[in-house]
Structures are given as C-alpha cells and as structure tokens.
Design a protein around this ligand. Structure first.
Ligand SMILES: [Zn+2]
Length: 363
C-alpha cells in the first residue's frame, strides 16, 4: 500500500509554501541567521525541534515562528519554492496548487509583487522536473502525456498553479491589494485567493469586500473554515459559497447540513488536524463521515515541513485508518481533478491522464 500511495499520481490543493519548507533547509537557514536576525530564536533548542518527527503543538508554532524569521529575502523565497516543487514532484504529485501570502518588507525592498515574482523565479529554476505553470492560451495543451506510471522513462511533469493568501491580520485595503495582484498575475498562473492565518484573529467582514471582488473578477476562492469554534463565521463562510474550504473541523450540526447540501469541496489535512488538536484522533476525523456521504473531498498536506508529512503519507494514513484499497485511493485522487482552480484545458488533460492510469490498473 505504501508503494502504491507513492507511485499513484496525486493532486495537492492545500499546501502553504512556507510551511512546506524542507527541514534540512530550515536548519541550514536558521544556523546562518546573524545575532540580530535571531531575535528570540535559540538555535540549539530549534535544532532539537527541527529534527524531531513528532512535534507538540507548542513546537509546531515555534517552527512557524522560525520559518517566519528565516524567510526574509527574495533569494530564500525562490530557493524554498524550487525545493517544494521538487519534493511534491518526487512524491508523484502531478498537479499542485501552491498557496502563499504575499509579504511586504520595506527594509529590504520587498513588495507583495516582488515577493510573488521571487516565487515565480523559483518555479522557473526547477530543473529536476518540467514545471508547467504558465496557462496555455491555446485550446489544447501539451500535457496529455503526463508520464507517471504510463511511461516511466520520460521526464516527469508537474503542473503548478498559485493561490495568493490573505492573512487574517490584514486590513480590507491590504486584502484588496492581494486580490488585485492576483488579477495582474493571472497570465502567470495565479488562479485563486485563500483566506488563512491565525483563526483567532480578525473579522469576516474585513475580508469580505476583497473576496467578493475576487469572485466578481473570476478568481476562485478557498477559505480556511472551522479551524476553531466560531459558529457565526462558519455560517457566513458557507453562505458566501466559496469554490472550496479547508479543514472544516469545528462544525456543528447546522454547518454539516449546509455544507452537504452546498456540495462545497473540502480540503482535508489529516496529519495537520491531529497535530494541532483540531480533531481528537484519526478515528473520529470527519473524513470518514464525508467520504461515506460521497461529499466532494481532497486529501492535502497543509504544511509538509512543519508536520513532517508528504501527500503519499496522507493517503496511506487514510487507507490504513478508513480501510480504503488501492482503487479507492486512486478514485479519491482522480475526483480531485474536478475541484482544481485551473482552466478546463488542464482539467481535461488530467481527466484523460487519470483515465489512462485507471485503465492500466484494471489490466
Ligand atoms: Zn492551511
């Protein structure tokens, strides 16, 4: 099963760039921090935390703080992007929607635009696989020969699209700036807007104008929803009817009813939910109930670096915990094609590709 979870083609729709940093890179960057940059970071403690595989919640947040401290310049953003793409490709992810919060740091001349440019540079600099991130303006695309499984000798291709995140600490104006940037960068593969950040911070009404504007302009929207108990906000978010939501952990009965009738696809991040105690244990995870109800679902990693996971590990965890076989795994992955934010050309190519994988499997 483990081998199958790795070799099977997969779709990743909820991955944060910074949280997906390689731990070896994080350690290297942490050691290179100057005394000034280190601030409150104690490197010897950090080294111990980074190399652990089972982090406590406090340690998870220590890691997020550290990541924030080390990713301070354009070159680092580019390097991390490159490595994250390589890691997803090596796990046989064929389509990846990578999300990141454009950051402004006046002291080093970083604007939201130059931050995303640095991400783009990272996509361009990947050499171990072919990265398709510029949307094709023609009707047909050249991706119908995605080589995994069907032709293992040819070079791997990974299709990457970007989602720009609005941080919950931001003002309406800052959120709007991110949406405008996403619109400007559509031709470079930016396909959507996400709302994320500390769920205890901020008000839904602050981001709503920017999210509405994004939708009016044809961008897809996904929301981190139900990360904490906040009945009113969950209700508002479901009423907004985003194209997808992430997590859906602290839902109450009325939310489940609304979600199921809305058919809004849910990005499920099993390891992340358990590590952050958003769900008590894998046995009671809402994946089981939604899967049984045939609700649109996609398995995702959230933060491969922080949670020491990979998409294949998430599939294996689902297989072991909920008794899914190889065929069910592939179906779960294939169904995710329908929930991607890229255009119909990409969707069609992926459908054809997954069909061919499924047909080969039957033989
Ligand atoms: Zn997330």
């Amino acid at each position: 099963m483990e081998e199958w979870c790795v070799s099977m083609p997969k779709i990743e729709l909820h991955a944060h760039l910074n949280g997906s940093i390689r731990l070896t890179t994080l350690l290297e960057l942490a050691k290179a921090l100057t005394e000034n940059q280190k601030g409150a970071v104690n490197i010897s403690q950090v080294e111990h935390v980074i190399m652990k595989h089972d982090l406590s919640l406090t340690e998870v947040f220590q890691l997020f703080d550290l990541i924030h401290n080390v990713i301070t310049d354009h070159n680092t953003v580019t390097r991390i992007t490159k490595e994250v793409i390589e890691d997803f490709a090596s796990d046989n992810v064929v389509y990846l929607e990578l999300r990141t919060t454009p950051k402004r740091n006046d002291s080093i001349g970083m604007s939201k635009r130059s931050y995303v440019d640095a991400v783009m540079e990272g996509l361009r600099s990947v050499s171990s696989v072919d990265v398709d991130f510029i949307p094709n303006t023609q009707d047909s695309t050249s991706l119908s020969n995605l080589p995994i499984i069907t032709n293992e000798n040819s070079r791997k291709i990974i299709i990457v699209r970007l989602i720009l995140s609005i941080d919950r600490r931001e003002t309406t104006e800052a959120a709007m700036e991110t949406v405008k940037l996403a619109l400007e960068m559509r031709h470079l593969g930016v396909v959507g807007i996400d709302l994320s950040g500390n769920p205890k911070t901020g008000e839904w009404t602050t981001y709503l104008p920017a999210l509405k504007f994004a939708r009016e302009q044809g961008l897809s929207v996904t929301l981190h929803c139900g990360e904490i108990r906040n009945s009113k906000e969950i209700k508002n978010m479901l009423e907004f009817h985003p194209q997808r939501i992430g997590h859906a952990c602290f839902f109450e009965d009325e939310h489940w009813i609304k979600l199921k009738s809305s058919k809004i696809p849910v990005e499920i991040c099993l390891t992340s939910n358990i590590r952050t105690f958003s769900v008590a244990s894998i046995e009671v995870h809402h994946f089981a109930c939604l899967y049984k109800a045939k609700h649109p679902l996609v398995l995702c990693t959230d933060d491969t670096g922080v949670f020491s996971t990979r998409l294949s590990k998430e599939y294996k965890l689902a297989a072991n915990s909920f008794g899914l076989g190889r065929w069910e795994m592939l179906e779960l992955s294939r169904n995710a094609v329908e929930y991607i934010f890229a255009d119909n050309g990409v969707k069609n190519d992926l459908r054809i590709f997954f069909n061919s994988v499924a047909n080969n499997m039957e033989v």
